[in-house]
Design a protein around this ligand. Structure first.
Ligand code: PLP
Length: 337
């Protein structure tokens, strides 16, 4: 039995993190609306502090620690958006944070995590070596905060949905980038509690859609990780998944997959038409809309989840310079949660 996460937890999370995260804008997109003959808005969560919504869950989880846990500090392995959020949230709360990573992590990622105030511990030559160090620190009493499969992380992510309901009270459809499912589980709890008719649609990339494949299989399965422009959506959902698999299965209406070419097109659209710099993972809702893969969107909000793209890659994409979607990936390194 897993404890049930409810709308009440969402409101509690919002009160807890108030003043520590940014309330992000929601803007109409006349161009996407015309293209789809619908009413499309974009929730600009890529303008969140640290560049993604992950700060919401990390802040809520850190502020929910007991005094004894706070004194020991938190530890993680993510070098991507979760790592950034955790590092920043911990520094703000005066809590020690160690991010463990292998020697193979590129220097810009190491610097990124350090710049938000975390200690970086470089161990071994693989993610598994880094995980061993995390296990050791947890045995000593530090708290491991995972990127998605945790009630306080899910409740923190859900606060973005409360904001969206206030900004677009009459929405019919919400498009949510989907990887491990912490974000969409949080969004879906709120939407379905308020109005079960609001359609919640998850969007993943075709290459290595772990939640989609697991739902097809009827249980969490291992899915081979592949290079993708949506690198923040890479990685598995955990074979011992305790929350997000069931929540996604029970609350999410549909999952749509997008190709690398569609993601590249969406990043270009966001830049040239909407004047927004967004990462591949943040662009998948726009990608699905542009590709005509969302049936009757109606009043639709597409959640833009992050902006942390390698800027040299972004420049090549928007200039459409020698860009080969078959081989190109976000050059900042391997997939992250
Ligand atoms: C982590 C992340 C996601 C996916 O969130 P999950 O909770 O793992 O489904 C989407 N977009 C960005 C930018 C992310 O960093």
């Amino acid at each position: 039995m897993t404890s049930k996460i409810t709308l009440q937890h969402s409101f509690a999370a919002r009160a807890r993190i108030a003043g520590r995260i940014r309330l992000t804008p929601l803007i109409g997109s006349p161009l996407l609306s015309a293209r789809t003959d619908s009413d499309i808005s974009l929730k600009l969560e890529q303008t969140q502090i640290t560049g993604s919504f992950k700060l919401r869950g990390a802040t809520n989880a850190i502020l929910s620690l007991t005094d004894a846990e706070r004194a020991m500090g938190v530890v993680g392995v993510s070098t991507g958006n979760h790592g950034r959020g955790l590092a920043y949230a911990a520094a703000q709360a005066g809590v020690r944070c160690i991010i463990c990573m292998s020697e193979l992590v590129p220097q810009n990622k190491v610097e990124g995590i350090k710049s938000y105030g975390a200690e970086v511990r470089i161990v071994g030559r693989s993610q598994d070596d880094a995980q061993l160090e995390v296990d050791r620190l947890v045995a000593e009493g530090m708290v491991m905060l995972p990127p998605f499969d945790h009630p306080n992380i899910i409740a923190g992510q859900s606060t973005v949905a409360l904001e969206m309901l206030e900004q677009a009270p009459d929405m019919d459809t919400v498009l949510v980038p989907l990887s491990g499912g912490g974000l969409i589980s949080g969004v879906a709890i709120v939407m379905k509690a308020v109005n079960p008719n609001i359609r919640v649609i998850g969007i993943s990339m075709e290459r290595g859609a772990a939640m989609y494949e697991s739902l097809q299989a009827g249980k969490p399965i291992l899915v081979e990780e592949q290079e993708t422009l949506a690198d923040s959506l890479g990685g598995g959902i955990g074979l011992d998944n305790a929350y997000t698999f069931e929540m996604t299965k029970n609350l999410v209406d549909d999952i749509v997959l997008v190709s690398e070419a569609e993601i590249a097109e969406a990043i270009c659209h966001a830049y040239w038409q909407e004047r927004q710099i967004i990462e591949g993972s943040g662009s998948v809702g726009i990608a699905a809309l542009l590709a005509g893969k969302i049936d009757a969107p109606g009043r639709c909000v597409s959640l833009i989840s992050g902006q942390n793209i390698d800027m040299a890659l972004h420049k090549r994409l928007i200039d459409r310079e020698n860009f080969d979607v078959a081989t190109e990936t976000n050059a900042t390194g391997g997939p992250d949660a």
